[in-house]
Design a protein around this ligand. Sequence first.
Ligand code: FAD
Length: 455
Amino acid sequence: MTERLVVVGGDAAGMTAAARARRRRVPDELEIVAFERGPFTSYSACGIPYFVGDLVTDIDELVARTPEEHRRNGIDVRTEHEVVGIDVDRRRVRVRDLLSAGGEERDEPFDQLVVATGAVPFRPDVPGIDADGIFGVQTLADGVAVRRAIDERAPNRAVIVGGGYIGLEMAEALVRRGLEVALIDLTEQPLAATLDADMGALVADALRAVGVTLHMGEPVDGFDTTDGGAVRAVRTARRMLPADVVVLGTGVRPETRLAEAAGIALGDTGGIVTDSRMETSVDGVWAAGDCVETIDLVTGRRGVVPLGTHANKQGRVVGINATGGDVRFPGVVGTAASKICAYEVARTGVTEREAARAGIDVVAATIEATSRAGYFPGAEPITVKVVAERPTGRIVGAQIVGEEGAGKRIDVLATAIWNRMHVDEVAGLDLSYAPPFAPVWDPVLVAARKAASML
Ligand SMILES: Cc1cc2nc3c(=O)[nH]c(=O)nc-3n(C[C@H](O)[C@H](O)[C@H](O)COP(=O)(O)OP(=O)(O)OC[C@H]3O[C@@H](n4cnc5c(N)ncnc54)[C@H](O)[C@@H]3O)c2cc1C
């Protein structure tokens, strides 16, 4: 008998699961149906800032696989169909057709279910938050809406609320589009949840250098609107910032409303709980991507780490396991990278601040070097910070800020953390050297050596 796999959410996690399942089972054995609320499938939300900033001009370039391509691959994709309920006992989902006049609903049965509903931008609960012109950014449709507002309304002033990496990438994009951009955050530095203060200060300088005005340590009190309901200013205790457009970079929360209503277990951090095979508390119901909790291999704690890299890997694990395989998602070490104005910014493991919160006693070594041999054209400053556990010397974190060629160096340190290496071992690694790529002592080795000497 043909089994039926239903996927809720048609982006990274959901469609990776569907495509992997399709490769393992022919349509006669397994029918695969994917429901997606929006018009796009398998898109790169990560590319939204580059689309808004006009580095990418064609939205199609951000779509890895269209609904039609998925259908040709034997996956029955139904876009603009929203799943509004999951009945795990009767093994069916309730689906609303968003294109039908009355929003028709019907039940769709499943044998296996994949919940890949992603995340939703966090919207601070302040007056005026629902005004026209205030955008959260998560799906490609959100990106299209922001770009349309810039193209059609030709705004002059933008305020970014929240200095996480999405807020900063969007700030840079809007500067590229010629807007006057201000950034407000309640913390004292940009990327406060990602970097330690000393490294975040470098990023703040890079933002100021392109003309972004920073207002740090200022919570937003509310938004003022025009008579027509459009945003016109952002209010804090200290100032009123005029704004024709506002982008929220205040983080995301896992989209778990469906799962919660269905009785699927959520964890303390708000994400769906799964085992390492990505199966939820309900047999044959799987979850992957921004909506799930995962384990941090450095601290041993569970958390929600909403990144595309994990969504794709977890989706693959689900696609294999939901079709009878047995693979695991091992967890994460908190590696992330972003390009903010002149700088490539990257981190892995824990920051000094996160180490303190997790009760890990650490030393931290920061060094400045160059990305290439000092004499080689294009050599640029690079700052590397390595965090090591005391007294063991195990490397538990690293941060890098620098120009071209800096960011991907974090992968060496991520690999070292993954393998529980000690800083003196990292300092002795056989890393490549030639003047166009690195000084003879790569900055990674120098930082690790300094950390080792401090232990
Ligand atoms: C601006 C931006 C930049 C980013 N940059 C990076 C980066 O550089 N590196 C990185 O690793 N990650 C990055 N990310 C994060 C990455 O995009 C996400 O982690 C990834 O998209 C998560 O994939 P997902 O499938 O879990 O969720 P999503 O991509 O959010 O997809 C979930 C889908 O489910 C659909 N859906 C939700 N509920 C329902 C329902 N009830 N019925 C039907 N459909 C539903 C939604 O419409 C959505 O399309 C970025 C994100 C943004 C917004």
